[in-house]
Design a protein around this ligand. Structure first.
Ligand SMILES: NC(=O)c1ccc[n+]([C@@H]2O[C@H](COP(=O)([O-])OP(=O)(O)OC[C@H]3O[C@@H](n4cnc5c(N)ncnc54)[C@H](OP(=O)(O)O)[C@@H]3O)[C@@H](O)[C@H]2O)c1
Length: 298
């Protein structure tokens, strides 16, 4: 990771360095088989990164791999797991780092000459906590088990992911962590158990950024607005009830359309990149000025 200690002076004719890209970066993304996570994984691979991702359903991961070019597939590592299962997420992070050239395991059986150097120094360069969601319906419907599952899915898995990744980020000399919050994490709207968990992620990012700054590890939170994802809520509404969708878009979305997962993915990849070395502890809404969750939900 390039860490610029002092900003170069701005002057007439100063041209900033070109986009550094993500070539060679090693990034773990949870929940990459569809939706926003898939968008992030695809963009990272297109930018030359090596990517590890997980999901519960093997079929989704297999479909993701099958849609890649051979060269991209070679840089993608997938594992089938539930991030709330104790130990499984931690094992996945360790396996990913090993696969990429993890701590204490730079030389591996079958290596040809120069393979070790080609992999670069040990460790991980980026982590994206993308799995999230809500359980239990409305506040009155949700019982304490629903609150616990929602918390674990969003905040618990993120904390365990970051803790497991720390030795590998430190081994790389620093890195970038992005926590996926939501428009519901900074503006009120039901379901409360979801908003409460997502708002905790914004706090966690700011807090960890201070704690991990000395290790050159940056931590930021990104809050997507209602995303238009094929086959998911807003896309289904658009097709099944166009009048309701038009009412939603007209009333809630200043640009007339929801933010796309690709737009959010680009922001996440920027934060993972060396162009964002000055950004840590920040919270970035990416919502096309939607500003708050709609009465229809998030
Ligand atoms: N969709 C929106 O409009 C919206 C708006 C604001 C914020 N967000 C946030 O953005 C993130 C992504 O949302 P999305 O709608 O793209 O997600 P999604 O479609 O619900 O799921 C995305 C991925 O997560 C995996 N996943 C779900 N639960 C998992 C678990 N317990 N363990 C492992 N993998 C799991 C899914 O695969 P499997 O099902 O195979 O496990 C899939 O690959 C979430 O944190 C969400 O809260 C979404």
């Amino acid at each position: 990771m390039v860490y610029v200690e002092e900003s170069p002076p701005l002057r007439d004719g100063y041209v900033p360095a070109g986009w550094p890209g993500m070539r060679g970066k090693r990034v773990v993304v949870t929940g990459g088989s569809r939706g926003l996570g898939e968008g992030i994984v695809r963009l990272l691979l297109a930018e030359g990164a090596r990517v590890a991702t997980c999901a519960r359903e093997g079929a989704g991961l297999a479909a993701l791999g099958a849609s890649m070019t051979g060269e991209e597939r070679a840089r993608l590592f997938t594992d089938e797991l539930d991030v709330t299962d104790p130990g499984r997420l931690e094992d996945f992070v360790t396996a990913s780092a090993k696969r990429f050239g993890g701590v204490g395991d730079t030389q591996r059986p079958g290596d040809t000459e120069g393979a070790e150097e080609a992999r670069g120094p040990d460790g991980l360069d980026g982590v994206v906590a993308c799995v999230g969601g809500s359980r239990g319906g409305t506040f009155e419907q949700a019982d304490s088990a629903d609150w616990s599952v929602t918390w674990e899915l969003n905040v618990g898995h993120t904390a365990r992911l970051v803790r497991a990744a720390l030795p590998h980020l430190r081994a790389a000399g620093g890195g970038s962590i992005v926590l996926i919050s939501s428009i519901s994490g900074w503006k009120p709207g039901p379901p409360a158990q979801y908003g409460a968990a997502k708002s905790a992620l914004i706090h966690l990012a700011a807090s960890l950024a201070r704690e991990l700054g000395p290790d050159r590890i940056r931590v930021n939170a990104v809050s997507p607005g209602s995303m238009l994802i094929p086959g998911r809520r807003w896309d289904r509404m658009r097709h099944e009830d166009p009048r309701a969708y038009d009412a939603f878009a007209g009333a809630e979305l200043p640009t007339g359309a929801p933010v796309s997962p690709h737009e959010v993915a680009r922001t996440v990849v920027f934060l993972l990149s060396d162009w964002a070395t000055g950004v840590s502890g920040a919270h970035l809404p990416v919502d096309r000025a939607q500003n708050a969750p709609s009465p229809y939900g998030y």
